[in-house]
Design a binder for this molecule. Sequence first.
Ligand code: 5AD
Length: 332
Amino acid sequence: MNRDDILKSLMTADLAALCAEADRVRREHVGDAVHLRGLIEFSNACGRDCLYCGLRRSNREVVRYRMGTDEIFASAAFAAGLGFKSLVLQSGESAQYETDALCALVRRIKAELGVAITLSIGEKTREEYAALKKAGADRYLLRFETSSDVLFRKLKPDSSQAERMACLHALREVGFQVGSGIMVGLPGQTVEMIADDIFLMQELDLDMIGFGPFIANPETPLKDQGNASLDLTLRTLAVIRIVMKNVHIPATTAMGTIDPEGRQKALRAGANVLMPNVTPTVYREMYQLYPNKPGLKQAPSDTFETLVKLVHSVGRTVAIDAGHSLKPAPSP
Ligand code: 5AD
C-alpha cells in the first residue's frame, strides 16, 4: 500500500472489505492460533507525567503500589499453572526497582517456570536493557505512541521522540524481540500522522505491534477529549496487518473497553494475540491507565476462561507454543 492507499483505507474504504482482507492476510501469514500473554501489572508507581495516562505522577487520586519480587514471582507461577506460555511484566516508569532485582526475578521465572518473558517497563539505559536481556527476558514493549514529534512533546513532557527512538534501537541492538505502537485517536492526531506512524512501524521492522484507541481518563488533563472510535481503530489495525504481514498484533484491552465486542472485532480484522490480565485482583483498580477496563474484578482464572471462550467464539484456536517473533532470526 502506498501513502494514498493507506489514507483511503483509514478514511473512506469499505470497513467490512478492509477487515476481510486483513483477516485473509492474517490467516495466510500467522495462521488461526491466537497467543495468550498473561499480563502482570506489578507496580503503578510512575515518575512521568504523560497527559493521557491515569498513572501520571500528578494524579494524586491513585493509591500507589509496588509488588515485591516474591509476590511477582508467585503471580507468574500462578499464571504459568493456568497454562500461559508467555507473560508480560508491566509497570509505570521509573518505578524504583533496582535493575539487579528485576534481573534476579527474570532469571528465577525463566529457570523455574520456563515461560517467555516480555517486559513493558519504559525508558531505561542501554546497559539496563542489556542486563535484562542477559538475565533471560525475551521481548520488550515500548510504544512510540505517535510519530509526530510535536504531538509527542505535548503529550509526554518528560521525554522526546528522539529519546524514545534511541531506546527502541538499543532494545533491538541488545537482542530483544521488540514491540512498539501507538494510540489511535489521540487529541491533535490526524490521519496523516497515523499513516506516518504505520511507515515508522515498518521502518523499525517490529516483531509486535501494540496499539489501541485513546480513552479519555477523567483524572487527567485530557478528560474532556473524546474517545477514539472503534471504526478508526479497526481501520488502523487492518492496514497494519496488510502492510506488515508477519507480526504479532494484540486485540488490546482498550479495544474491548470502547466496544463490548471490540476484541472479537479486532481478532477478525487482523489481530492474533490477546493479553489477559493476571494481576492479583487487589491491585487492578489501582492500575487504570484509562477508565472502565473490562475484567477489573475478575479473578485471573476467570479471565483465562473468558478469553479461551472468546477465541473459540470467533472460530480460532488457542496457541500452545510461546509465540516468539515470526521473523527470521537475524544472521549473527
Ligand atoms: N487510553 C488508551 N491507552 C492508554 N495508554 C496510556 N493511557 C491511555 C489512555 N488514556 C497506553 C499507552 C501506553 C500503554 C501501556 O497504555 O499507549 O504505552
